[in-house]
Design a protein around this ligand. Sequence first.
Ligand code: UDP
Ligand code: MG
Length: 338
Amino acid sequence: MKHAQTEALELSIAAGESVSVLDGSAKDLISLVVPFYNESAVVEAFFREVPAVLRGIADADYEIVCVNDGSTDSTLELLLAARAVDPRVKIVDLSRNFGKEAAMTAGLDEAAGHAVIPFDADLQDPPEAIPLLIAKWREGFDVVLAKRAERNTDSFMKRMTARLFYRVHNVISEVRIPENAGDFRLMSRQAVDALKQLPENRRFMKGLFAWVGFRTAQIEYVRRPRAGGKTKFSAWKLWNFALEGLTSFGTLPLRVWTYIGGATAAFAICYAAYLFLRTIVRGVDVPGYASIITAVLFLGGIQLIGIGVIGEYLGRIYIESKRRPIYIVRKIYAQSAT
Ligand code: UDP
Ligand code: MG
């Protein structure tokens, strides 16, 4: 089965073309950065479609930096087979699964192109949009965002939660991330170099991309359904990803407790004054268990939420303070080291 796939792959890639990656020629070098995590179901379709599109771009050479993010299936073998026929396929093999953000960082670090395009292995980002990105880049933009014209391929829940996430994120963070723009985009060499200077090891790429700025243009595209296999992001993973995004780029969730606390205290003082006056006027009446227990529970809940938010940040500071590398490479299969 694996063999059949490999063979089809070899057939699907036009072999024998001259390789001029990084030879200093005047041509533009376009780098596609593609994270692969257990994507054996789509590798073949990927190499059938994508190199053909890249070859069709005028005055440009290309490289495809494939990052194997600790796949446990035959993804690496299939990638190696693809590389055997097209040396413009580079492979960065990570030592384990580090997650898409880290895998993409590994790919960006390895990419040598004048323009770099992060791209999903499952062909949800349509290859035919790549020439549009490059055309905009050649007009002089440093970053070309690809925006989803619609999200029909996503479930209703995913669309709603995504919208909520962007709204909340953009309210509490200093950096706005554009709604409905995924990681699919083009960045100039300058923008990529700027991105590489950001030192954090918990990397929320959408935020980092937005943070570096630069002259930005947009194109629209329609996201396809997955070419095969299943999504690698469960609801729980997405929730944690959203928390990562919210805590990476804003401190409002931490600071807001000062104001909530202040407002509660002010209210408590007013209420105390009212109770004091009432006691003077009307004397003591003991009942009040319900209102007391309500206030205690409510405030207890608010305090726990506040502590939880601090915990979210503290956990991130703790991880960040260890200064561990973002990813570990097992082996790089690139030009010279065949
Ligand atoms: N991916 C990865 N490491 C992970 C999870 C995902 O490299 O831990 C890659 C995956 O192989 C794919 C891309 O990230 O190329 C997007 O993943 P997926 O299509 O599952 O996400 P979705 O499109 O459903 O958001
Ligand atoms: Mg996908």
